[in-house]
Design a protein around this ligand. Structure first.
Ligand SMILES: Cc1cc2nc3c(=O)[nH]c(=O)nc-3n(C[C@H](O)[C@H](O)[C@H](O)COP(=O)(O)OP(=O)(O)OC[C@H]3O[C@@H](n4cnc5c(N)ncnc54)[C@H](O)[C@@H]3O)c2cc1C
Length: 391
C-alpha cells in the first residue's frame, strides 16, 4: 500500500500503540496516535520481555538502549513454594542469542516514547479518548469523547484490555479470571538479597514471581492469588497471611516492599476477531488480553504491532493487509493462549500432584525444556525492510 495518503490512526499510546506507530513511520506512513490520557506517566511495575519481542525492538533500533535499563536472564528458576528449593531451570534465551530481559515497564515506555518523538511522521494527540468509529468509502472517522472527530485511512485500535473500540463494535467486555495479581517493587539496599535471575515459586492455587529490574537496582514482585480470598485492609498483612509458610526470602521481600497493589486479572473472549469492518484492526490486549502466566501479553502486543505495520506496507489495500494479519496472528495467539492455560494448571497444582510435577520437571534435561519453547521464543518479525530511525 502506498504510504503517501491519509495518515493511519492509532487508538492508545501503550506498548502496542507506540510500537505500531514507530514501525509504521519506519515503513513510511504518517501516523496520528490518539491517547485517552492527558499525560503519559511511567505506570506499571516490572515486565519480562522474551526474545520474540526483543527481535522486534532490535529491528526498531531500541534493544541496546533498553538493555542498559534491564537485566538479562539465561533461565527462569521454578521453585518449591515452602523451601524455595529449585525444581527446574527453564532456559529462556533465543537460539540465536537474543536475550530475555527483565525491566520496569516505564523503561520500555520511555524508550518507545523517545523513539516515537524522534519520528517527524508521528503525531501524538493526548487527551483524545476514542468513543466510536464509523467507516466511509475512502476513510474512517473517529469520534472522541469530547465531541470532536478526525479522519484517517484506517484505525489500529491498541486501547488495551478494556478497549472502547471493541465495545463500540459490540464485543463483550473482558471477564474476570477469578485471580488477582499483587504487584510491588522494592529497592535493593542493605539487608535485601536481590534475585540474581527470574524466580517463580509454585504453590497450591497461587504462585509468586520475583526478578531484578532497573539494571539490578530494584526487585519486582508479583503474587498471583485467588480473587475469592477475603482481603484485609492492610495488603502486606493480607499477603503475609495468604503466603504464610512460603520461602522466607519471598516473605522478607513482601515485608520490605511498598504496599502491593492488586490488579484483577481479566481476559477477553477467545472468539473476538481482530478485524472490525474493513478498516479497523484490534491489536495487543484489546484483541487478546490473557492472564500473565507465560509473561507474553506485552510480547504479543509488540509482535502484533510490527506485523500490522509490515502488512500495511506490503499488501495492496488495508482490507488485504488486515485479512493477512488476522490469518497469520490468530494461530500464534491461540498457541500462546493454550500455553498460558497449561502454565496456570501446572503452576497451581496442589499436594501430591505437585510432587509428581516436580519429579517430572527435575528429570527433564535443560535442552529439552528449551526445545519445548522454541516455537514461542524463536519467532522472528517478517523480513520487510524498514528505514533507519529518523536522524
Ligand atoms: C500482573 C501482570 C504482569 C504482567 N507481566 C508481563 C510480563 O512480564 N511480560 C509481558 O509481556 N506482559 C506482561 N503483562 C501483560 C502486559 O502488561 C500487557 O499485555 C500489555 O501492557 C498490553 O499492552 P497494550 O498496549 O495492548 O495495552 P496497554 O499497555 O494497556 O495500553 C493501552 C493504552 O490505550 C489507552 N486507551 C484506553 N482507552 C482508550 C481510548 N478509548 N482512546 C484512546 N486511548 C485509550 C490507555 O490509556 C493506554 O495508554 C502483565 C500483565 C499483568 C496484569
Amino acid at each position: 500500500m502506498r504510504p503517501d495518503e491519509r495518515p493511519v490512526a492509532i487508538a492508545g499510546a501503550g506498548i502496542a500503540g507506540l510500537t505500531a506507530a514507530i514501525a509504521l513511520a519506519r515503513f513510511g506512513f504518517a501516523v496520528d496516535i490518539y491517547e485517552r490520557a492527558g499525560a503519559l506517566a511511567e505506570v506499571g511495575a516490572g515486565l519480562q520481555l522474551s526474545p520474540n519481542a526483543l527481535r522486534v525492538l532490535d529491528r526498531l533500533g531500541l534493544l541496546d538502549a533498553l538493555s542498559l535499563r534491564a537485566v538479562a536472564a539465561r533461565s527462569v528458576t521454578l521453585r518449591r513454594f515452602g523451601t524455595g528449593r529449585p525444581i527446574a531451570e527453564v532456559p529462556v534465551q533465543g537460539s540465536d542469542g537474543t536475550p530475555y530481559l527483565s525491566l520496569h515497564r516505564g523503561a520500555l515506555q520511555a524508550a518507545l516514547l523517545e523513539a516515537a518523538g524522534a519520528e517527524p511522521r508521528i503525531r501524538l494527540h493526548l487527551g483524545h479518548p476514542v468513543a466510536s468509529v464509523s467507516e466511509h468509502a475512502d476513510c474512517i472517522e473517529l469520534a472522541f469523547a469530547g465531541g470532536t472527530s478526525a479522519r484517517a485511512r484506517c484505525l489500529v485500535a491498541a486501547d488495551g484490555v478494556r478497549s472502547q473500540v471493541a465495545r463500540a463494535a459490540g464485543f463483550a467486555d473482558p471477564s474476570p479470571t477469578g485471580t488477582i495479581a499483587w504487584r510491588t517493587t522494592l529497592p535493593v539496599r542493605d539487608g535485601i538479597a536481590a534475585p540474581t535471575g527470574i524466580d517463580a515459586w509454585l504453590g497450591p492455587r497461587r504462585h509468586a514471581v520475583a526478578y531484578p529490574i532497573e539494571a539490578g537496582a530494584a526487585v519486582n514482585l508479583v503474587l498471583i492469588d485467588q480473587a475469592d480470598a477475603a482481603a484485609e485492609s492492610d495488603p502486606v498483612r493480607h499477603l503475609l497471611r495468604r503466603f504464610s509458610g512460603w520461602d522466607r526470602r519471598l516473605l522478607g521481600w513482601i515485608e520490605a516492599a511498598a504496599p502491593p497493589t492488586p490488579w484483577p486479572i481479566l481476559s477477553v473472549d477467545a472468539e473476538r476477531y481482530y478485524r472490525i469492518g474493513t478498516s479497523t484492526l484490534l491489536i495487543g490486549d484489546a484483541a487478546h488480553a490473557m492472564p500473565p502466566y507465560a509473561a507474553q501479553g506485552a510480547a504479543l502486543a509488540i509482535e502484533d504491532a510490527f506485523v500490522c505495520a509490515a502488512m500495511l506496507a506490503s499488501r495492496p489495500s488495508v482490507d488485504a493487509a488486515f485479512a493477512t494479519f488476522e490469518a497469520e496472528r490468530r494461530p500464534r495467539v491461540e498457541a500462546v493462549r493454550r500455553r498460558v492455560a497449561f502454565h496456570r494448571f501446572v503452576y497451581h497444582l496442589p499436594g501430591p500432584a505437585s510432587l509428581v510435577r516436580d519429579a517430572v520437571l527435575a528429570v527433564q534435561p535443560k535442552a529439552s525444556l528449551a526445545r519445548g519453547l522454541r516455537w514461542l521464543y524463536d519467532w522472528t518479525p517478517p523480513d520487510i525492510a524498514t528505514s533507519s530511525p529518523a536522524p
